[in-house]
Design a protein around this ligand. Sequence first.
Ligand SMILES: [Zn+2]
Ligand SMILES: [Zn+2]
Length: 296
Amino acid sequence: MSGVARQALEKLCVIITIVLVYENALVFYQHLFPYWWSHGFYRQFFFNLIVGHWLVINTVMHYYFGITKSPGFVADLKIEKSTQDALGYTKCLKCGVMKPPRAHHCKVCQKCVVRYDHHCPWINNCVGYQNHVHFLLFCIYMAMIAAYATIVGQQEFQLVMFHDQILFRLLDPILRPYDITMAILEHETIGPITGVLTLFLFLANLVAMGLVLSLTIWQMSLITKGQTCVEEKIDKSIMINSVQQKQERPYDLGCKLNWTTFFETNRISALLIRLLIPFPFQPTHDGTKWISKYDK
Ligand SMILES: [Zn+2]
Ligand SMILES: [Zn+2]
């Protein structure tokens, strides 16, 4: 794919993500919040007001940081030649820059990135040491918000698309958290456009939830193993092409240490703040030095 076409496609991915979050917000603001408030369902109103906004704010902020923060380009670092030699820098065969261990070349950006993970079209940016925390938290919050919107918004979907079908009536007690179906029936006239939009939004949420959830689980399993996407790929190709039976994983320091290294904190309070409040991630080092299990 040409560079221009790829850029256009990546911009489209960003627009799709923004539209999906916006459409969901619209359903809540136009239909659900006014309904809960006007019918005196204050418990549902305040619960969803707090949970919904907490999920949206985290999703949007981590997405924003993931897009706008530099992943950590090697070319931007000014490292002395003697330090480069001591750290075991190697020359990138594609862009010619001297790069530290765990840095890899991104074919899309044409640059080497410190602790490179992969190039993500959904954020139109590389995922590297400096924005990896935001990328992971964006995935987690996006999966949660898609699940949340699917569960809460399914009442409207069910009503619009399948309100007279027995299967969905049987699933009512499981799927329906609040009894609003009848009340929506009283107050809303459902036209074909609403029907199509509701169907689109419900299916988009379901697909987003499935895709993002599998990506999140994969990312979390890699972090647990102290590996990046590109390191796993390289390890697998070495295993296929040699007699090596087990993955090397030199940066796997054990589950707990891998996670504290990833979030750069081992204090529970600091970790909770990082997980629950979308502050920008401030790297504590330049991403050139990584402890391996072979270090003494
Ligand atoms: Zn390079
Ligand atoms: Zn890139």
